[in-house]
Design a protein around this ligand. Structure first.
Ligand SMILES: [Ca+2]
Ligand SMILES: [Ca+2]
Ligand SMILES: [Ca+2]
Length: 1009
């Protein structure tokens, strides 16, 4: 409970200053200073405990997450073989070293180490090694093999000596020059392997001249910037050449403040003392480290609810070189065992991660916070608060920290004169031109340029509102990825806004997308699984969670989906389409996400932009593609730009509320009127969703870049476009063209909710339309087939054109479509009745439906829960209710349908049936690419073959309540010569003949490959 309160305080404070996750993501990408040590964030990696495996290879996999967190320097705690003699515990202390030039076998090999460093460097991370020069283990070979004078020895017994309670060490003797040389060569051993410096254990116990000798030599021998961090606060360490010393005194003072034993005056005295003794030297500031954690308690134990306020001080006071110790990044409140394996739980990005990421961003993006900048102006120091300004050149950061409960903090930065820069970063080598939309009070009164070779502002355009600028920037092919300043100037002053240009991922443009070989699982993220109850409510979003309210927010989130990727994959699905994950900040019914409040921000109740990226990465690891739901037709009334539109025609405005007429025929009707067409495309979908005007060229460009940005940023695989025909069709076709110009193989599926074959076909790209219109939209949802299947399965009695004749009829129109392989087929989605409700919760009908979905042409999509007959039991359609919570997704749920043990009876039977079919479909090219031949009956059955050169699949659906005998001989033109095949549903070998009987309401699928 205590922790939850603390986290709420963080959010409160964070949102008071520079709130948004997207801002954090943007800031995270920046590195404005040249000497990498000046704004570097240090992470102390405890290899043994950081992962379950406790190896360098496992830790290497964590590096991208550390990078994302904002870490710059990875300090590896000692990785060398540990002595056996006098060993503490089972595994021993890292600091009792038996061999300086090898890797502890517990952690892996030298090759693993080299790979770790290579990966770190590839990510732009630096690696420093923990160096223990003061002592070795008592069984280090030097003890016996070298001259006794290599060690400090007891004058009486001649034995090596220990210090403190370190009974597992032998102290080295720095009076011996040969030992010094051996020590220096051991350090070179690692510098030769490419490391970036050392953190030196008890550095103050080793003579100053040793350090100054080796550092002077190393800095000459290794021209790269090396970083030396001393464990010690003695000022001589800086004279000896250390870049950074421990700010122990500050650490103890912060503990005292947190415990009510010190106040603002003591901070003022400390700062004066620090300035006098250290000037502009780097000082390692921390709320925890390995010693504090294991021996004195976690920051939560020592500082309680003050931990984040004290952290803010550690990251913003003069000299600060901030440190994060293993586990702090996720708020782990646990003292690690020091001599035993005691791994932290798997890394879960959470609110504490966001907090540290925010601090890292702040550090990186403000030169006023550089570690070598001593400048500070104290504005107020009392017993209850401490306010100060950090400044360097034109940069200023104002920090206010409460020194008493409720431990508030606030950071103000000058860039707040800009509220939005979108897209928030860009890449070298994109085909799409970059046009920034900059939003900030009075921004149109400023001139803009950009610094950096190969970058140029080519055009600056004003909007109708004085608070916007549209800035065209050309990004040359040779631009070096990095952060460059946009410089805004007017008559009197100027300010800068850092903008990051990244390198593209290899193969990004050629990414493959979803195809007929995929099976798409559709998820409503608010209703799937709630892995992080801490984000159910956030202080910067309006609607609060209420699981009892069908149209309210229930708390499901991205982490919940990540945690259940195995479930999705087990079912045979290879792609996920989530209904929108971007911020929807409406006061009511925001759970569905279709009323966007910020196009560049994942809703914080779902996670963050970085978590979305992680979701894509983890899905890919499981062979699952990710499809993003895109809404260009409308935003939400709570979108930030609604208070200050760039142009009056940014949205469609009418004197009074005007809804769409929902008539797609107006878009292709040769007899249609402009009046009706205008209402279709410009009328609002509902009053809470302003209709966007894609005829505005800036808006169209905005949406083109936006879809491309998310694809490039996250690595996602495809797009689904909501309410497609409500967008102005020509601008929307240009939108498709732009996205596919950047990613030629990307698939985009449009929601064209119409059951008329010709009207569905009209929307598919390259279709031969009478009016010459080409949508450039590759995929369309097959609402015509969906409607036929839904109606057919409600009908048990055979009549002339009902029952399965509907499905036959639907598929007989395939000639209408330009490309049937790109039709997305489905039984239902989040806007449709639960099919189980339509089919009277009859499991046999569900099975027939799965059989069709898995075998007819196109790209199948299933709505979550339909694999187990989720039903509302209501006779009416209620969106909030049909998008029900997945049982097992919430802590304390009675049933857990995610697990095999939790699925019983019909749930288990249907799940297994669907899984069998979709797994069989997974690598079945006859189903993916084969042609179809079907046979007419009017007895409520449907028979068809899928076939290609390599095989045939026969499908027979009996939707009647009677047994049916298959008229096999009618199929001779395709079936002759077919002998035994595999009954896909039972696995048995079967031979179908004119006497084969299929039971009431059941299906037969035979694979002849
Ligand atoms: Ca949640
Ligand atoms: Ca519209
Ligand atoms: Ca328009």
């Amino acid at each position: 409970m205590k922790r939850t309160l603390a986290l709420l305080t963080i959010l409160l404070a964070a949102f008071a200053c520079k709130p948004k996750a997207v801002e954090q993501d943007r800031l995270q990408l920046m590195r404005p200073v040249e000497d990498w040590t000046a704004d570097a964030v240090v992470y102390e990696l405890n290899t043994r405990q950081a992962t379950a495996e406790g190896t360098l290879a496992a830790a290497e996999k964590k590096l991208p997450e550390l990078k994302e967190l904002g870490v710059d320097v990875v300090w590896l705690m000692p990785i060398y073989p540990i002595g056996v003699e006098g060993r503490k515990g089972t595994l021993g202390s890292y600091y009792a070293i038996k061999d300086y030039c090898d890797v502890n076998p517990e952690f892996g090999t030298l090759e693993d180490f080299d790979r770790f460093v290579e990966t770190a460097h590839g990510l732009g991370l630096k690696v420093i090694l923990d160096w223990v020069a003061n002592h070795t283990s008592p069984d280090h070979p030097w003890v016996t093999e070298k001259d006794p004078s290599w060690y400090v020895r007891d004058s009486v017994t001649g034995k090596t000596i220990v210090e403190y309670d370190w009974t597992d060490i032998a102290k080295l003797n720095y009076a011996n020059p040969e030992m010094r040389d051996a020590m220096a060569s051991s350090m070179r051993f690692w510098l030769d392997r490419g490391i970036d410096g050392f953190r030196c254990d008890v550095a103050f116990q080793v003579p100053q001249d040793f350090w100054s000798d080796v550092f002077t030599a190393f800095r000459q021998e290794y021209p790269r910037r090396l970083f030396f961090l001393a464990e010690g606060e003695e000022t001589f360490l800086h004279d000896a050449g250390f870049d950074c010393t421990y700010a122990w005194k500050l650490h103890h003072l912060l503990n005292d403040i947190a415990q009510g034993k010190a106040d603002g005056d003591s901070l003022v005295s400390y700062l004066a003392w620090n300035k006098e003794n250290y000037g502009g030297a780097h000082r390692l500031m921390f709320t925890s480290n390995h010693d504090e954690n294991s021996w004195n308690g976690t920051e939560y134990e020592r500082m309680g609810d003050a931990w984040q306020a004290m952290s803010v001080l550690c990251w913003t006071l003069p000299g600060s070189q901030p440190l994060i110790y293993t586990g702090q990044e996720v708020g782990l409140n646990h003292r690690f065992e020091f001599f035993e394996k005691d791994p932290m739980p798997d890394w879960h990005h959470n609110a504490t991660t966001d907090f540290y990421a925010y601090l890292a961003c702040l550090k990186h993006s403000h030169k006023a916070l550089r570690s070598d900048n001593p400048a500070i102006e104290i504005i107020s120091a009392t017993d209850s608060d401490f306010v100060f300004k950090r400044f360097l050149d034109e940069d200023t950061v104002t920090v206010s920290v409460g020194l008493k409960a409720p431990w508030k903090w606030n950071v103000t930065v000058p860039e707040s004169r800009i509220a939005h820069v979108e897209p928030p970063c860009w890449w070298v080598g994109m085909k799409t031109d970059l046009q920034l939309m900059v939003h900030g009070e009075g921004i149109s009164g400023w001139d803009v340029s950009i610094e950096g070779s190969g970058l140029k502002v080519t055009k600056v355009q004003k909007a109708e509102s004085p608070n916007y600028l549209f800035i065209d920037i050309s990004v040359g092919r040779n631009v070096k990825p990095g952060t460059y300043d946009l410089v805004f100037t007017n008559d009197r002053q100027s300010f800068r806004w850092p903008y990051t240009i990244l390198a593209r991922e290899e193969g990004s443009a050629g990414r493959q997308s979803f195809t007929t070989s995929d099976f798409i699982y559709l998820i409503c993220p608010d209703r799937f699984a709630n892995a992080d109850p801490d984000n159910d409510n956030t202080l910067d979003t309006k609607e609060k969670a209420d699981r009892n309210e069908p149209f309210g927010r229930h708390g499901g989130d991205l982490q919940g989906i990540i945690d259940h990727l195995d479930y999705v994959s087990d079912l045979g699905a290879t792609a996920i389409w989530c209904t929108p994950l971007l911020l929807d900040d409406q006061e009511h019914e925001s759970y569905h996400g279709y009323a966007c409040g910020d196009y560049y921000r994942i809703d914080p109740r779902f996670g963050s932009n970085s978590l979305y990226k992680e979701y894509v990465r983890k899905a890919h690891e499981k062979g699952i593609k990710v499809i993003m739901d895109i809404v260009t037709n409308h935003c939400g009334t709570a979108h930030w730009w609604m208070e200050d539109l760039p142009f009056q025609d940014w949205i469609h405005q009418f004197p009074e509320y005007t809804g769409s007429n929902f008539q797609f025929s107006t878009l292709m009707d040769p007899n249609g009127s402009k009046y009706d067409l205008n209402l279709q495309e410009s009328g609002w979908f509902v009053p809470s969703m302003p209709d966007m005007n894609l005829d505005n060229e800036f808006l169209l460009k905005y949406f083109q870049q936006w879809a491309i940005w998310w694809t490039e940023y996250s690595g996602q695989d495809g797009l689904r476009v909501d309410t497609y025909p409500y967008n102005e069709k020509v601008p929307m076709s240009k939108w498709c063209e732009a996205v596919r110009n950047e990613y030629p193989d990307i698939n985009i599926v449009g929601e064209c909710w119409d059951v008329n074959y010709d009207q569905v076909a009209y929307w598919q790209g390259d279709n031969a339309n009478a009016d010459g219109f080409n949508s450039h939209l590759p995929s369309i949802m097959d609402f015509a087939l969906q409607s036929a299947i839904n109606a057919a399965l409600c009908e048990n009695e055979a009549q002339w054109d009902n029952g399965m004749m509907r499905v036959y009829n639907a598929l007989s129109h395939d000639a209408t479509y330009h490309d049937i392989s790109k039709m997305m087929i489905f039984l239902s989605n989040h806007d449709h009745y639960r099919v189980a409700d339509s089919w009277h919760q009859d499991p046999d009908k569900m099975k027939l439906a799965y059989t069709l979905l898995a075998t007819v042409r196109g790209i199948p999509q299933l709505f979550y829960g339909d694999e187990m007959m989720f039903a509302t039991g209501k006779g009416y359609k209620s969106d909030g209710e049909l998008r029900m919570d997945f049982p097992g997704g919430w802590q304390g749920d009675e049933k857990d349908l995610f697990t095999e043990e939790g699925r019983q009876g019909t749930d288990a039977e249907l799940y297994e049936y669907a899984r069998k079919l979709f797994r069989w479909r997974k690598d079945n090219d006859v189903i993916h690419d084969g042609r179809t031949m079907h046979f007419l009956t009017r007895d409520n059955t449907y028979a068809f073959f899928r076939y290609n050169d390599s095989g045939k699949v026969f499908v027979y659906i009996n939707n009647s309540l009677d047994e049916k005998t298959i008229p096999w001989s009618h199929y001779a033109e395709i079936a002759s010569g077919l002998g035994e095949g595999t009954n896909v549903l039972t696995g048995e070998m079967v031979t179908v003949t004119d006497s084969t009987v299929v039971g009431p309401c059941s299906a037969l699928v035979v694979d002849y490959r």
